[in-house]
Design a protein around this ligand. Structure first.
Ligand SMILES: Nc1ncnc2c1ncn2[C@@H]1O[C@H](COP(=O)(O)OP(=O)(O)O)[C@@H](O)[C@H]1O
Ligand SMILES: [Mg+2]
Length: 347
């Protein structure tokens, strides 16, 4: 099972510039979480702080008893081995084949035999749908394939925690949909704790168990996906609906005069209906985090805003027999309707 990540009171500045302050959240073990936020709000800085590559001035990041901010560098180095990282640009070596790129962490950090390395690399390439592309150079394949190669490389050391920095950047909507399914399928197969930084609204709406948002140097909120998805907080609503009207401006934050002008002529926010969370592709195991998450979230219910509470209860209501189904509900899949997810890996 993945490892829980506890972030407490984290504050990070570069010189006089404060990136964010007093960020606290817990990534529940084995669950998938998404961090949203406009460009420049410090999402990448947050990921680097979690793995101890950047040092916040205040706060702690606790993983298995090790504080990635303040523990001795040796302990931080060891704990970093629990992570799989997928960088924004894929970060592949241009002169190496995909096979060698994906094998790189194994050759660098383990003493495994070449035959064992081959077995692991091929298994991971199969997981992300890259079988047959082993010999290709990164420059010879599509952006979507490069993303998946980056993901395969993040998986070779059997990570318990996976951090993905904008895995969708540069992908078209169809490839992004495949990527979303791949992320859920991976979670079902390895039960790792996952944090995905993105501003893609489709990923945000369909992939995570939990969601947070960074804005104006603060964590706006972090919690079950339904809390953010039903929030009427202006910055959240604007972000999730992709509108110009609201506190987020072209240069990230609007000045007070522009905001005041907009507020005199408020544009109606479209009500948002929640898309169902993706399910693993047919044939894969169910996600081990789902029952854990259900128990955890049901215990949180009394403290949640009403719209979030209602959405959670709806999502956990026993699915009635869909109209017109043959055979009835007995013996059907547990946990409600399965999406018509396409298995395999196109693109
Ligand atoms: N190593 C660094 N030194 C100084 N400033 C940095 C460094 N890394 C990031 N920043 C600044 O921190 C802010 C947040 O950056 P970043 O985390 O990359 O934002 P995001 O990933 O949300 O787009 C930016 O203003 C950026 O210029
Ligand atoms: Mg970034």
């Amino acid at each position: 099972m993945g490892t829980e990540v506890v972030v407490e009171g984290l504050t990070k500045s570069f010189g006089k510039q404060n990136v964010w302050q007093d960020v606290s959240l817990t990534l529940p073990a084995g669950e998938v979480s998404v961090m949203l936020g406009p460009s420049g709000t410090g999402k990448t800085v947050f990921l680097k702080s979690i793995i101890g590559l950047l040092k916040p001035e205040r706060g702690r990041v606790l993983i298995d008893g090790v504080d990635m901010v303040n523990s001795p560098e040796r302990d931080i180095y060891e704990t970093r081995k629990l992570f799989g990282l997928m960088f924004q640009d894929g970060a592949l070596f241009g002169s190496m084949s995909l096979f060698d790129n994906i094998a790189f962490p194994l050759r660098e950090h383990t003493r495994k035999k070449e035959s064992e390395i081959r077995r692991i690399v091929m298994e991971r390439m199969e997981m992300v749908g890259l079988v047959g592309a082993e010999g290709k150079l990164p420059g010879e394949i599509s952006g979507g394939m490069r993303k998946r190669a980056g993901l395969a490389r993040a998986l070779v050391l059997d990570p318990q925690i996976i951090l993905c920095d904008e895995p969708d950047s540069g992908l078209d909507p169809v490839r992004t949909a495949y990527l979303s399914q791949l992320l859920i399928d991976l979670n079902a197969q390895i039960d790792a704790t996952m944090l995905i930084v993105t501003h893609n609204l489709d990923i945000a709406a369909t992939v995570p168990d939990n969601m947070g948002m960074l804005f104006r140097r603060n964590l706006v909120t972090f919690g079950p996906r339904e809390v953010l998805l039903t929030s009427d907080e202006p910055v959240v609503a604007q972000f999730l609906s992709g509108r110009r009207e609201g506190p987020i401006g072209m240069s990230e934050e609007k000045d007070a005069a522009t905001l005041a002008r907009e507020q005199r002529t408020p544009a109606p926010y479209a009500p948002r209906t929640l898309a169902p969370q993706l399910e693993p592709s047919p044939g894969l195991p169910s996600r081990a985090a789902v029952p854990r998450r259900r128990e955890r979230v049901l215990a949180l219910l009394p403290g949640l805003p009403e719209p979030a509470r209602a959405a959670i209860l709806r999502s956990y209501a026993p699915a009635g027999p869909p109209a017109g189904t043959v055979g009835g509900p007995v013996g059907g899949p547990v946990g409600g309707p399965v999406n018509g997810a396409v298995g395999g890996a196109a693109s």
